[in-house]
Design a protein around this ligand. Structure first.
Ligand SMILES: NC(=O)c1ccc[n+]([C@@H]2O[C@H](COP(=O)([O-])OP(=O)(O)OC[C@H]3O[C@@H](n4cnc5c(N)ncnc54)[C@H](O)[C@@H]3O)[C@@H](O)[C@H]2O)c1
Length: 270
């Protein structure tokens, strides 16, 4: 169920927007009336980009944006200023997951995970702070930044040091930005979302890797382990995370900032 029109007229930017949770978020924000700039690391002629823009028509635009690049963020700001002059919603969703035992985990992999999952969130927030401050004054509930962390930004997981560190950093960065913006009276709320196990290409790649390493007989066995760690006994859907993002983006969440929205089917309750 969508709340049609709840985001009417708002301008939104979503990173990592052509796959999984990001793609579902783009679709949900549009369903609620927003116009969306979907961004991702891919060139505009990538099949996933072509498919997304063909299906969503003139409610979506696409811009290549590697979230680790300061220059790319500056270009995105330039695009938004030139085409919209405002930004009301920023969803810092792009992310990568890499696992491995600490004793052999490479510095290159550590830096890569931190650059995408943590530095990308900082750069996006910093880049759009001034424009969202101006834009937020014009919409009920103010502008909204939603940072996609993870349940693994709250609890630890086996052989996930870099991912845990990167997502835990997002959780507290979110609170810091929320306090700063609130106390300096910028009309920009900042919240984090903490998905549990969601059926996306990231999770499916992880399942395939576990099977390839012989840790489980087949990828479905890995999925079954995750389902067993979920109180309601199934994986989540990207749309179930997107629903939470849309809520935080809207005036329905006007008194929420610095909060963490856990959407995990009860995993962290167990
Ligand atoms: N799937 C899950 O179970 C799960 C659970 C908790 C949190 N998350 C988080 O949700 C977010 C979305 O993940 P997903 O499961 O949809 O994965 P996904 O792999 O389907 O999508 C991630 C997207 O991020 C993009 N991306 C990666 N590096 C990038 C970069 N440097 N610049 C721009 N874009 C980049 C990818 O191209 C891809 O489109 C991530 O932050 C992930 O950590 C996922």
């Amino acid at each position: 169920m969508t709340c049609e029109g709840r985001l009417a007229g708002r301008r939104a930017l979503v990173t990592g927007g052509v796959s999984g949770i990001g793609r579902a978020t783009v679709e949900r924000l549009i369903a609620e009336g927003a116009v969306v700039l979907a961004t991702d690391r891919h060139a505009a002629d990538h099949p996933a980009v072509v498919d997304l823009t063909a299906r969503l028509g003139n409610m979506v635009a696409y811009l290549p944006l590697d979230v680790t690049s300061e220059e790319a963020w500056a270009s995105a700001l330039g695009w938004v200023e030139a085409n919209w002059g405002a930004l009301h919603i920023l969803v810092n969703n792009a992310g990568v997951g890499t696992t491995g035992p600490l004793a052999t985990f490479s510095l290159a992999d550590w830096n890569m995970v931190m650059a995408v999952n943590t530095t990308g969130v900082f750069l996006g927030t910093r880049t759009f702070t001034e424009l969202m401050t101006r834009s937020g004054a014009d919409v009920a509930g103010g502008a909204s930044i939603v940072n996609i962390s993870s349940i693994y930004g709250i609890v630890g997981a086996m052989e996930s040091g870099a991912y845990n560190a990167s997502k835990g950093a997002v959780r507290l960065f979110t609170k810091s930005a929320a306090i700063e913006f609130g106390q300096t009276r910028r009309p920009v709320r900042v919240n984090s979302v903490h998905p549990g196990f969601i059926r996306t290409p990231m999770l499916e790649t992880g399942a395939d890797n576990f099977a390839a390493e012989g840790r489980v007989a087949k990828a479905d066995d890995f999925v079954a382990i995750l389902e067993a760690q979920t109180a309601i006994g199934r994986l989540g859907l990207p749309a179930e995370i997107a629903a939470g993002v849309a809520f935080l983006a809207s005036a329905d969440a006007s008194f929420m900032t610095g909060s963490e929205l856990v959407i995990d089917g009860g995993t962290t309750a167990m």
